[in-house]
Ligand binder design. Structure first.
Ligand code: PLP
Length: 424
């Protein structure tokens, strides 16, 4: 740059001191920048032509890339794409696969935000949805598949009934028809369960939950299993195998085993724009570094609390997959050897009044709509997260007037049980 002494005040204030000395930091550097300079004319041409290097954070950023690599490795995937929220991860994954005139099949037992997306928004884009209640019955999935079905969708551990999704069985069905299975793995985390190892094509997470862990960040991720052959199934997904607008390589030719995330990363996410902040990517990466310790301990505490609740006279039922009485417990013996997770529901005999008393009087538990935090949380689904379902629809997913959903954190177990003991 020109000699600083001959530059004006305004030029110096924006140009001087904006480049750090080369160094090798042990922690991941935060590249909090909208874009990156091209060192030459040729570098700009290569970036736009061949996708090399970095140009603009909406299309790529070294901090975000590093955390994507970490998440892909933990989830046993080939490639990951971080976006601005879990909701953005679900919508980006679906829109990478389905368009107007298409159809998806989804479990009924899913997060309300995903259900709202499927019920209210996708139909406006011309994508129809069939919901499956008996998710353990592969024939129910088969019966729902049509020529236009582009996605099978479910959650590895469901909210609120804590049902386990038989990923291997539905993924096998998907392979028969060439339809990818997308699994929301938010409740399980890759420490407890990795859907891609069981045949799912993509897994998605709200990284706002266990992955960041501290409840300070909103983010989401899609991880590609690298097992879906877009060329073989090109008739169902023509946008993945068609030549580019100018006659260049197709997404399948460019990205091979990671065609879904290649397409999502190059076409869906940058066009719709749910970019994650590099600062949030850094915080998610920091959180993930302690994921196994947190989830192991949270699962251990949750099991003891579920056992305590099950024997309490004020409690009618406990929907925790770690209890032998839960319908998915047997499946959990093989699928969840490291622990059963820490988000579950229980139903009070005293109905809504008792539930209201609990949320109004707990002290160690925090009353809020979130999960996977180091703090223990409690919520009344009937009047909050599931308020937009009919009573029959709520009953279908295990939500009754006396139901409370808890997410067990890392406080001392004795304090958590004392808090519940006092309010029950
Ligand atoms: N998936 C599940 C299972 C969730 O629980 C949530 C949020 O609660 C989401 C997706 C959406 O994530 P976010 O709130 O990060 O958009």
């Amino acid at each position: 740059m020109t000699d600083q002494k001959i530059l004006g005040f305004s030029t110096r204030q924006v140009h001087v001191g904006t480049t750090a000395a080369p160094a090798t930091p042990r922690a991941l550097p935060i590249h909090l920048t909208a874009g990156f300079t091209f060192d030459s004319f040729e570098e700009g041409v290569a970036h736009f032509g061949e996708g090399t290097g970095y140009g603009y954070t909406r299309t790529g950023n070294p901090t975000i890339d590093a955390v994507e690599e970490k998440l892909a490795a933990l989830e046993s995937g080939t490639r990951a794409l971080l976006v601005g929220s879990g909701q953005a991860a679900v919508s980006t994954a679906i829109l990478a696969l389905a368009g107007a005139g298409d159809h998806i099949v989804s479990s009924t037992h899913i997060y309300e935000g995903s259900r709202g997306l499927f019920l209210d928004l996708l139909p406006r884009l011309g994508i129809s949805v069939t919901f499956i209640d008996d998710i353990a019955d592969p024939e129910a999935w088969r019966a729902a598949i049509t020529d236009n079905t582009k996605v099978l969708f479910g959650e590895s551990i469901s909210n609120a009934a804590n049902l386990l999704f038989d990923v291997a069985a539905v993924a096998a069905l998907g392979r028969e028809y060439g339809i990818p299975l997308v699994i929301d793995n938010t409740f399980a985390t890759p420490y407890l369960f990795r859907p891609l190892e069981h045949g799912a094509a993509l897994s998605v997470h709200s990284t706002s939950k266990f992955l960041s862990g501290q409840g300070s960040v909103i983010g989401g991720v899609i991880v590609d299993g690298g097992t879906f052959d877009a060329v073989v199934h090109g008739a169902r997904f023509p946008h993945l195998v068609a030549k580019s607008r100018l006659g260049g390589a197709s997404f399948a030719e460019k990205y091979g085993a990671s065609t879904f995330t290649g397409y999502a990363k190059e076409s869906v996410a940058p066009r719709l724009g749910p970019t994650l902040s590099p600062l949030n990517a850094f915080l998610i990466g920091q959180g993930v570094e302690t994921l196994s310790l947190r989830v192991r301990e949270q699962s251990r505490q949750a099991l003891v609390i579920a056992q305590y609740l099950q024997q309490h006279p004020a409690v009618e039922s406990v929907d925790y997959v770690g209890l032998p009485t839960h319908p998915s417990h047997e499946l959990a013996q093989t699928l969840l050897p490291r622990g059963y997770g820490s988000v579950f529901s229980f139903t009070l005999r005293g109905g809504r009044d008792s539930a209201a008393r609990v949320v109004n009087t707990v002290q160690t538990f925090t009353h809020m709509t979130h999960l996977g935090d180091v703090r223990s949380l409690v919520l009344h689904p009937e009047t909050t997260s599931h308020a937009f379902r009919t009573p029959e629809e709520r009953a279908e997913v295990g939500v009754y007037p006396g139901t409370l959903r808890v997410s067990i954190g890392l406080e001392d177990l004795d304090d958590l049980i004392a808090d519940l003991d006092r309010v029950l």
